[in-house]
Design a protein. Structure first.
Length: 273
């Protein structure tokens, strides 16, 4: 009896959680196909009279979405490449080398996670501005490139699973630490790299505050800030805003469906190694 009750509650919880997650998305999809009149006169879950793509065309063209995707792609490519290289090399140095204050270095990364980001924004803005990066793509790239403790932890778990005998065999062949990392360690980190790329990529793709603050120019608009600008010229046309939201969601949805196995395998292997 208890087992049946527990099973029923479990499935009821899953159903409620699914409804809470899917209902807002269904509402946005319905709104994106409605005309302005339909949106004002119909309910949020009422089907549109026709499934036309006029709102999507208007959102994509007048909202500058193509240019926003271009800027976002450049920022993601450079920043995530830097994150992977820096994170993997940091984890390699922490695990393979004995040096003073090694635990302190790890502790500093952990401490940085505990500090609210908003409390450091004034100092961060001054640094970015003094470096001449303000209102350039490099401002977002440098800030996104900062390696966090999550990326280091993921790489660290995989590096610890690589036998040290491989390092010793390479040293006997005359290889130095740098060559050992690039030719032996780094190729074995593919699951960790995929996991970090997906996690950091989604975080940077959805980031709004950094591009909005450090890249105010309209020519430097990314996906998040371009979507925010719909509240200006399209402030009263919520159906167009809904279409813009769907345009932004589609790439992340496709990428997640195609690469979700790397996320699950990366976390599972990292947790068991």
């Amino acid at each position: 009896m208890k087992s049946a009750t527990f099973g029923g509650l479990k499935y009821l919880t899953l159903i409620v959680a699914s409804l809470v997650t899917l209902l807002p998305l269904v509402t946005i999809v319905m709104a994106s196909f409605k005309t302005s009149r339909e949106f004002q006169q119909s309910g949020p879950f009422d089907l549109p009279e026709s499934f036309g793509f006029e709102n999507y065309v208007e959102a994509f063209t007048k909202g500058g979405m193509l240019h926003a995707f271009f800027n976002t792609g450049i920022i993601l490519l450079v920043s995530i490449t830097g994150t992977v290289i820096i994170g993997a090399m940091t984890a390699y140095a922490i695990d393979r080398f004995e040096f003073r204050f090694r635990k302190v270095v790890v502790g500093v990364f952990l401490f940085a996670v505990l500090v609210p980001a908003v409390t450091t924004q004034v100092a961060t803005f001054q640094v970015v501005n003094n470096l001449g990066l303000y209102n350039t793509r490099w401002a977002a790239i440098v800030l996104f490139m900062g390696t966090d403790i999550v990326s280091i932890y993921i790489f660290l778990q995989f590096i610890r699973a690589v036998p040290r005998e491989l390092d010793e065999a390479a040293k006997l062949e005359g290889a130095g630490p740098f060559r050992i990392f690039w030719q032996i360690i780094f190729p074995l980190l593919k699951p960790a790299i995929a996991t970090v790329v997906i996690i950091k990529g989604f975080a940077a793709y959805n980031e709004f505050y950094i591009p909005f603050l450090y890249m105010p120019s309209r020519d430097l608009g990314v996906i998040s800030t371009s979507l925010f600008r719909f509240t200006g010229p399209f402030g009263a046309h919520w159906e167009v805003i809904a279409a813009g939201v769907i345009i932004v969601i589609i790439p992340t949805l496709i990428i997640f469906v195609l690469l979700q196995r790397f996320i699950y395998s990366g976390f599972t292997q990292g947790a068991t190694k």
